[in-house]
Design a protein around this ligand. Structure first.
Ligand code: G6P
Length: 625
């Protein structure tokens, strides 16, 4: 997905622009570009130097752009972009920033301008010449048209022209623009596509994703829809489209630079898999009250009373966050006694969901920016439900738009394939189960057992991670399979889906996840001696059922890679291969069983030689529908 960065300050903008783009590389892109203001050559006899725009673009990686910029002096004001093609193929011509006919403005844009065709037609009639196939280019020409109408004298200033332009756009946008006419400001606007300002000392930053700012600033301000930011070297003002000033909350960015580096690991994904004992412990920190078998969740205190009266939960989320929601469903129903449903946010938003004040809708999202999840919570709010968030990125749109919520504190997750965010979400869902359960019928004894066991999980995770070498060998053995089947039941059914998703995402392997009991209704037709089925079968309440499923597969010549509880020698004898996980409570077993699935997918992708942190066609945070 596209990425935006901008810099206005005392240093040459180049340093941050290139570094910022590199920090956004994980989002996926096909071309990159920068534009900055530079003082033009002396003209005529007068020593007047005029500002002009200089743009440099490159197809492919940011490193290619960086090479093209070697030796180029860049002023202290510039914008940059990584493009993920939507309108027009990947090419230098289509790469942002886009510039108008007269070279007055340069614009970078994330999102889609839905009425770009109509706008382009009108602009072409007025004589504007388009150089790219993008929807974004209309913004540059509209700005030009407002600032310097064809055949007329310049009418309005940059800021006014910017507002007038925004009012003509339909669709989603995060826009940052600079103009030769007004080198003292940089302008930004948001509608449905995130932008965050970074406040430095005597310098200002802007980015579409907060991870681009990590290491450069400590204070950030998120823009909301229909807001514009007027950015100067030493500060900013946020306004509405009707030019009313908005007071904005400045948040502290707690992530530091080291967490955004892959420190000795071959890939971010591997680092993040190994981060899990720590990220899980961070999610629990200060929130477990062992002696009361309870959780204290400060983010929910404002809605505590209302939470006592809810009688239904609907979880909305996408991708891996959807899978953690499915585990949450089993937890809430079993231990908090609250009927729970989980919906893919992309479907939820187009249904006519029946919600009322006694329903709590919980959005789960690592990024806090997923467009479908955001649309789902807006729908839920409209219907009067209590809307909560389980979000990783502090200050993100979903975090801001929910009534209350709990942060995951997993630190930045850079790998497109989500790993540590999943286990941190499960940590929060477990805490929420205690919180809601103890408000209802969950006994002190059971509450204490869950709390005590949660504390042990990081240690157990280490034991699973210690088997990485063995898992690597198994991945090598099975790396060439044409397709993979994952089976699990009850709490580990969502893990079957997650295991299949991981191997699809990074190893591009056709894979399916199914509840073991459903196997006989279709997937069993896939079984023959060339297929390994990954079965998640810890010693839990559905263990025997899983064993029966395994027998059916073995009877048809299929191979079994089992994830089993330590000490289960009987199973080890039957399965083709086995990976052991420590014994824990059934509701917490997905936290351990998912780790071999993540590692297996990772090592299969390594064997197949793919770009693991930037898998093809995927984006880390899907901010368009
Ligand atoms: C994208 C990512 C997935 C992620 C999903 C939901 O598809 O590639 O890894 O699980 O979005 O993202 P969210 O940020 O809402 O958890």
């Amino acid at each position: 997905m596209c990425g935006i960065v901008g810099y206005f300050g005392k240093r040459p903008a180049k340093d941050f622009l290139i570094e910022g783009l590199k920090r956004l590389e994980y989002r996926g892109y096909d071309s990159a570009g920068v534009a900055f203001l530079e003082k033009g050559a002396q003209r005529g006899s007068k020593a007047s130097k005029r500002w002009k725009i200089k743009a440099i673009k490159a197809l492919g990686k940011v490193a290619a752009l960086q090479m093209k910029m070697e030796g180029v002096f860049v002023s202290g004001i510039g914008i940059a972009h990584t493009r993920w093609a939507t309108h027009g193929k990947p090419s230098e011509r289509n790469a942002h920033p886009h510039i108008d006919c007269k070279g007055l403005v340069a614009v970078v844009h994330n999102g889609i301008i839905e009425n770009h065709r109509e706008l382009k037609e009108v602009l072409e009639k007025r004589g504007h010449k388009f150089r790219s196939e993008t929807d974004t280019e209309v913004i540059a020409h509209l700005l030009e048209e407002e600032m310097s109408p064809s055949g007329e004298k310049r009418k309005v200033g940059f800021e006014e022209a910017f507002v007038k332009t925004l009012k003509q756009l339909r669709g989603a946008y995060g826009i940052v623009a600079i103009a030769t006419e007004d080198p003292e400001i940089m302008l930004a606007a948001r509608f449905s596509s995130p932008l965050v300002l970074g406040i430095g000392s005597g310098e200002m930053f802007i980015a579409s994703d907060v991870s681009a700012l990590v290491g450069d600033v400590k204070r950030v301000v998120y823009l909301d829809d229909d807001e514009i930011a007027v950015i100067r070297r030493d500060g900013y003002v946020v306004k509405t489209l009707s030019s009313r000033k908005r007071e904005k909350e400045e948040l502290t960015l707690e992530w530091d630079k080291t967490v955004a580096e892959h420190s000795g690991y071959a890939h971010f994904m591997l680092k993040e898999i190994f981060d899990q004992p720590k990220s899980f412990a961070d999610a629990l920190r200060g929130r477990l009250i062992l002696e009361e078998g309870m959780a204290q969740l400060g983010g929910l205190s404002a809605v505590e009373k209302r939470l006592r009266s809810i009688n239904r939960i609907v979880i909305v989320s996408c991708g891996t966050s959807y899978h953690s929601g499915l585990v949450g469903e089993y937890m809430f129903e079993e231990y908090a006694g609250i009927p729970t449903e989980v919906e893919m946010a992309s479907e939820f938003r187009y249904r006519k969901p029946l919600l009322d004040r006694k329903t709590a809708v919980i959005a789960i999202s690592q990024s806090g920016e997923t467009a479908d999840t955001l649309a789902a919570i807006r729908e839920a709010k409209e219907k009067g439900a209590l809307v909560l968030g389980i979000v990783n990125v502090v200050g993100s749109t979903i975090a801001r738009e929910t009534d209350a919520g709990v942060y995951c504190h997993a630190g930045p997750e850079i790998s497109v394939a989500s790993t540590k965010a999943f286990t941190s979400q499960l940590a929060i869902l477990s805490l929420l189960t205690l919180y809601l359960g103890r408000q209802r019928g969950l006994s002190l004894v059971m509450g204490k057992r869950i709390a005590k066991e949660l504390e042990q999980i990081p240690k157990y995770m280490e034991r699973v991670l210690a088997q990485a070498k063995d898992i690597k060998k198994l991945a090598k053995k099975y790396a060439k399979q044409a397709h993979y089947l994952y089976l699990g039941r009850k709490y580990n059914f969502p893990n079957a889906l997650e295991g299949a998703l991981k191997i699809k995402e990074i190893a591009y392997a056709p894979a399916q996840g199914y509840p073991t009991g459903e196997m006989k209704h279709g997937p069993i037709a896939l079984i023959d001696s060339s297929v390994v089925t990954v079965m998640i079968m810890p010693k839990d309440s559905v263990y025997e059922k899983n064993v029966s499923g395994m027998e059916e597969i073995l009877a048809r010549g299929g191979k079994i890679l089992a994830i089993a509880t330590e000490g289960d020698t009987a199973l080890a004898k039957k399965a083709t291969d086995v990976i052991f996980i420590p014994k824990t409570l059934e509701m917490l077993s997905p936290l351990l069983a998912v780790i071999p699935l993540q590692l297996f997918a990772y090592y299969v992708a390594v064997e197949r030689g793919y770009d693991i942190d930037k898998p093809r066609n995927l984006a880390k945070s899907v901010t368009v529908e």
